[in-house]
Design a binder for this molecule. Sequence first.
Ligand SMILES: [Zn+2]
Ligand SMILES: [Zn+2]
Length: 239
Amino acid sequence: MFRAVNQSGPGKVDGGLSFLCWPPRCLICAAPGAPGRDLCPDCHAALPWLHHPCPRCALPQPRAQFCPACRQSDGGALTRIHAGFEYAFPLDQLLPRLKFHGDLTVARVLAHCLAERFAALPRPQALVPVPLHRRRLRWRGYDQALELARPLARRLGVPLRDDLLVRRHATAAQTSLNAAARQRNLHAAFGVRSGVALPTRVTLFDDVMTTGATLQAAARALRAAGVAVVEAWVCARVA
Ligand SMILES: [Zn+2]
Ligand SMILES: [Zn+2]
């Protein structure tokens, strides 16, 4: 018996035991969760799922159509972006809980939702979380994009590659900057780690997309290093 437990690995043992000891509880309303998920069916249905995203940049639209900006441009270094949710209640409270308070239940629950949402999409050759600069990673102790991408990649059976991309500069917080300043702030912010073999197609992953400047900067670094097609998956898209 002990050997069987050891063989299943520490992650599986923890997950299995916590499921047996702790019945799932909704992380939004505290009602009993759906089987195997810390989210109740009502709160799951009420999440701000994106219904009519722009097919290129995922900006919420009133109906299925390209947004005004994408009708006039080719989308830059990113071929297309898929988002699970609009950045609205309760995502605007859940994602800060993950980002600033290390609530990993949020990452697990949202990754489960994103896996459902993205299940019909072509599987990426590599899912690459947008990295934090190592100084910010040391200060915070974890990387919220990676914490979401890891269970998402596992659920979909997609290779997670958090070894490809590095953040060279600790950029100023993007939220305080206008669009032009965001571009300057991010110039050469990312690089591809030398000596790694690159897939031809890469899907970037980030927790929140606002203007897309961060994703574009990361995509430009990958394209410059020889990646042919870069797409992006994001958890929540700011309208
Ligand atoms: Zn609930
Ligand atoms: Zn668009």
